[in-house]
Design a protein around this ligand. Structure first.
Ligand code: BG6
Length: 516
């Protein structure tokens, strides 16, 4: 029979089918924290609603605050209702979901808690509620990762119960390290206990539907790949703008700052998907190899040149969504003298054949004018202008914008003749919107990624080498910024588009930030 699918074979075979994972126990360390309530439990509940969770599925929450099983179940039930805006009434799926939630008090460093965990998991296995498969999710502050991993190892929980029939996996939340040395150290600690194939380093941006679509867009369409290179592309911009400030995360953010919080992971991941070569297949190794090659090709920024390739800034008071908001230094748990950056812009280069001389401009910030994440491919100008005279001013280069959020979609700007007898040219836009094209709202990033962990698909997770490579780029920048302190830290009004220094930074190259 004739082949009718539009997707090339490897891609079509590789695209995840909706499979149901094997029965398993999911152990969440840091279960009373914000991430569990806001993201993990709601995502798991949605998976239950979609009937994508396995028949035997139990959640074991572990954290320092003492709760009974029932108290913890109620807390999780409330969290799901609140965060998903559910009707608090009768919901049989929610009730049966919560019945399979258990709780253990654990200060993460006490071997007794791990033997209790062993007993509980074994009991659940025996009762047929799970079947020997285990997923450990580390949603604690990263300082606890080493101790938890070591104890899982000593309690015999890191090895699959029956290597031929069952699996054991561990998910590590970001941030993975705080510089190159600590990331290397953490990789060593984790891989002493778990095999690299068992380790899932999560970056929720990779679970976003539009981010995954980048691969399909690039490699399931024949028309873009031939122009996806230095011959046709002038430069690339990646922007991740947020309207939120640091909320109640002042202490975390003081230690982190924007470069660690957003660029080292999310933004560099986006860059590697835009810039990677086509993998030979859609399997995890092939995709992750190609992404790692991009990170390896990033030209290092030596400490002495950091100020030529970066801008950092901090928000001052201003307005966000119509309300007056304080400056960063007046946020709770933030030092009044803090020099932590809440905005950063970078210019990066890739030393390879495809991208030589094509700058990648990255920018991200908190308390900016709009919440929007977008990748912009700015094409070169036409080589010869036919339309001389006044009209030529309005011939703008083609721009392709991949909107990651909100209003997910892809648009292409090109020039068109304005109807009429006077020759006039104006830029117009061709627009694809996810919402309009597909109707149904996509799964959240955590749904996709949690399901992938249970299915054993680590394509969308970071491998040890990729994490270290991205820290390699970022660490000299952090070192220089630390050395410079207040000197060189720009300021911007909350609710603006960032510091004027960032505009000057890109204008120096005869370019401008795209209006988002
Ligand atoms: C997290 C950062 O990883 O990503 C937060 O720690 C940030 O500071 C968040 O707000 C942004 O994620 P999203 O999905 O809302 O764009």
């Amino acid at each position: 029979m004739a082949e009718t699918s539009v997707l090339p074979n490897p891609l079509r075979e590789g695209i995840r089918m909706r499979r149901t994972p094997d029965a398993c126990a999911m152990v969440i360390f840091g279960a009373s924290g914000d991430l569990t309530e806001r993201k993990l439990l709601p995502a798991l509940y949605y998976l239950a609603r979609e009937r994508l969770l396995p028949g035997g599925f139990s959640i074991i929450g572990c954290s320092r605050t003492p709760y009974s099983n029932d108290q913890f179940r109620e807390k999780m039930r409330q969290a799901i209702v609140t965060h998903l805006n559910l009707d608090n009434g009768n919901d049989p799926i929610l009730e049966s979901f919560c019945k399979n939630v258990y709780y253990l008090t654990d200060n993460f460093g006490d071997p007794k808690a791990y033997s209790q965990l062993v007993d509980l998991i074994n009991r659940l296995d025996q009762e047929g509620k799970t079947s020997g498969n285990r997923l450990f999710y580390l949603a604690t502050p990263p300082s606890f990762f080493p101790v938890i991993v070591k104890h899982l190892g000593s309690a015999g929980l890191a090895k699959p119960k029956d290597p031929d029939k069952t699996w054991t996996r561990v998910v590590l939340e970001k941030p993975f390290g705080r510089d190159l040395e600590s990331a290397r150290q953490l990789n060593r600690t984790v891989t002493r206990v778990f095999h690299e194939d068992q380790v899932y380093r999560i970056d929720h941006y990779l679970g976003k539907e539009t981010v995954q679509n980048l691969l399909v867009f690039r490699f399931a369409n024949g028309i873009f790949e031939p122009i996806w290179n230095r011959r046709y592309i002038d430069h690339v911009q990646i922007a991740v703008a947020e309207t939120l400030g640091v909320e109640n995360r002042g202490s975390y953010y003081e230690e982190s700052g924007l470069l660690r919080d957003m660029i080292q992971n999310h933004v560099l991941q986006l860059l590697s998907l835009v810039a990677m070569e086509p993998p030979a297949s859609f399997d995890a190794k092939a995709v992750r190899d190609e992404k790692a090659k991009v990170l390896r090709a990033l030209r290092p920024i030596p400490m002495e040149q950091v100020n030529d390739f970066t801008v950092r800034a901090q928000y001052a008071k201003g307005f966000a969504e119509g309300k007056e908001v304080p400056g960063y230094r007046s946020e709770p748990n933030v030092s009044p003298k803090s020099v932590t950056e809440t905005f950063a812009a970078l210019k990066l280069s890739l030393d390879n054949w495809r991208w030589a001389d094509v700058p990648f401009y990255l920018r991200s910030g908190k308390r900016l004018a709009k919440r929007v994440s977008e990748i912009t491919i700015q094409f070169r100008r036409v080589p010869h202008l036919l339309f001389q005279g006044a009209v030529t001013d309005s011939i703008e280069p083609n721009v392709m914008a991949v909107r990651i959020q909100p209003d997910e979609g892809i648009s292409l700007r090109f020039s068109a003749k304005v109807p009429g007898t006077t020759p006039q040219i104006r830029p117009v836009k061709m627009d694809f919107r996810y919402g309009e094209a597909f109707g149904a709202s996509p799964p959240t990033a955590y749904e996709t990624l949690l399901l992938d962990c249970m299915l054993g698909d680590n394509t969308l997770f970071n491998r040890d080498d990729a994490v270290e490579l991205s820290w390699e780029l970022v660490t000299p920048i952090l070192d220089r910024w630390k050395q410079d302190g207040e000197k060189g830290l720009a300021s911007y009004e909350a609710g603006s588009w960032g510091p004027v220094e960032a505009d000057a930074f890109i204008e120096r190259d005869g370019r401008a930030w795209r209006r988002l």
